[in-house]
Ligand binder design. Structure first.
Ligand SMILES: [Fe+2]
Length: 457
């Protein structure tokens, strides 16, 4: 798509030009469809509640929904209307209000934000211009537009904010306003853990057109042999830790985790509630008995780490997680997804807000990895033990605030996406990060352990 041969064929206007034009049109259609899907989802999340709910803050951890909406439009304006399109600003006066680095989430309700109608008009005006820019911009010739990268970045940005808005919906108190069919039933998953052989594999990517800077470049990484859980840790398994007094036993916690658990008064995952001798969970305004077969969700890194120690295991490193998700021992190749290179569908994984909860373990046999590891993609983000850092050869692109400013020991990496992550914003190389105390995100985990010499022979 972006090679010099492609460009010279276009320039000659003959021979290879027609196929190139057809490929460019297909790419434009793909971008337009992805932009529209993201906007349909933003609309669903912001039209499900009334204006009062749109402008109020449902938690100090989150922005008012109306901030997210106009911020989505503002980022789209900055990158696609002004940078890529070279057009005049639509609303330069509001850039500062919607700069996520200028105002902490907790302070955003006090800002003179666009109201719901104004925000809707603004994002629509920006989008109309973006469709025009998309029609007129050659999707090659600079790194920002090659393979429609900037458009892909904006699609992912909107979908990421949609997942954040979904987390705001989960924090909202009141009658349910979102609806979705239940996830598919669980099924058999084989042994509880899987041996991943030691040695090198290709981690990260240099070829995915819409991969973000922190996923690049592709490089060799190596692990010792290790065992990884076949499925994420379930509510049922986690309940055993709770019932065993895990939250009150310092032995299982890191020093930092123990201090946090005491200070924050943690006794169970967020949104769990004990009714008599049964535990219930509230999700999007609906309280129901805990499903023991669904992956546990809304636990922080410290809780995941403590559970793993209690279970005689540990969290996987990020390298181990990606190897379990991508490495095909038969070919030595790294796949795009655990099941292969094909884009995710509803058969492979619980993604895209198709359901409003994680699916029971074993619900997606078609999504398992070659080694038989299930549900690495979708359901719950999985905490890893790794700090968020740039790979060797990392280059900032297109701006340091996307990921580089977050590198360091303050953030832990999460992998795999959740039921609230759209497939457009996820690959097996995709890296998410957050503070180890965060519980409002759709995060769970699975455990790993070292393989002994006998076990790995
Ligand atoms: Fe953002």
């Amino acid at each position: 798509m972006t090679s010099t041969q492609d460009r010279s064929a276009n320039g000659n206007g003959a021979g290879g030009a027609a196929p190139d034009r057809a490929a460019a049109e297909r790419l434009r259609d793909h971008v337009a469809a992805q932009l529209t899907r993201a906007r349909d989802r933003s609309r669903l999340l912001t039209e499900a509640v009334d204006d009062h709910d749109l402008v109020r803050q449902h938690s100090k951890l989150m922005s008012p929904l109306v901030w997210d909406l106009a911020h989505i439009g503002n980022q789209e304006e900055l990158w696609l209307v002004r940078d890529v399109g070279g057009r005049e600003p639509v609303r330069a006066d509001i850039d500062e209000l919607y700069d996520a680095f200028k105002h902490a989430r907790s302070t955003r309700p006090e800002l003179p934000l666009l109201g719901p109608d104004e925000a809707r008009r603004y994002v629509t005006e920006v989008r109309d211009k973006v469709f025009d820019v998309l029609e007129r911009t050659p999707l090659e010739g600079s790194r920002l537009v090659d393979g429609a990268f900037a458009f892909g970045m904006i699609v992912q940005h909107e979908q990421q904010h949609d997942e954040t808005m979904l987390a705001t919906h989960q924090l909202r108190v009141g009658d349910p306003v979102l609806d979705a069919p239940p996830p598919p039933p669980g099924g058999p998953v084989g042994p509880a853990e899987v041996l991943v052989p030691g040695g090198p594999f290709t981690m990260g990517t240099s070829t995915e057109a819409w991969a973000l800077d922190n996923e690049r470049p592709a490089h060799l990484a190596s692990t010792d042999p290790f065992f990884i859980d076949t499925t994420p840790v379930t509510n049922g398994a986690y309940l055993e830790f709770v019932a065993d007094g895990g939250y009150a036993d310092q032995r299982w916690w890191s020093e930092e985790g123990w201090a946090h658990a005491r200070k924050a008064g943690l006794v169970a995952p967020r949104f769990w509630e004990r009714h008599g001798d049964r535990w219930h969970r509230t999700a999007f305004g609906v309280t129901a008995p805990l499903d023991p077969d669904q992956p546990v969700v809304h636990v922080c890194y410290h809780e995941a780490d403590a559970y793993a120690r209690w279970a005689g295991k540990r969290l996987p490193t990020e390298v181990e997680w990606e190897k379990a998700a991508r490495f095909d021992p038969a070919t030595g190749r790294s796949r795009r997804y655990p099941w292969g290179d094909e884009e995710p569908t509803g058969r492979h994984a619980n993604l895209g807000q198709r359901h409003l909860s994680p699916a029971p373990v074993g619900a997606y046999p078609a999504g398992a990895s070659p080694l038989g590891v299930h549900q690495l993609i979708g359901d719950v983000w999985e905490w890893t033990s790794s700090d968020f850092r740039g790979y060797t050869g990392f280059e900032v692109f297109p701006y340091a605030e996307y990921s580089q400013v977050f590198f360091g020991p303050d953030h832990k990496v999460l992998r795999g996406g959740s039921f609230g992550t759209d497939p457009a914003a996820l690959r097996a190389t995709f890296r998410n990060w957050d503070y180890p105390i965060r519980r409002q995100i759709f995060a769970g985990f699975r455990c790993a352990r070292d393989a002994s010499r006998d076990e790995s022979a």
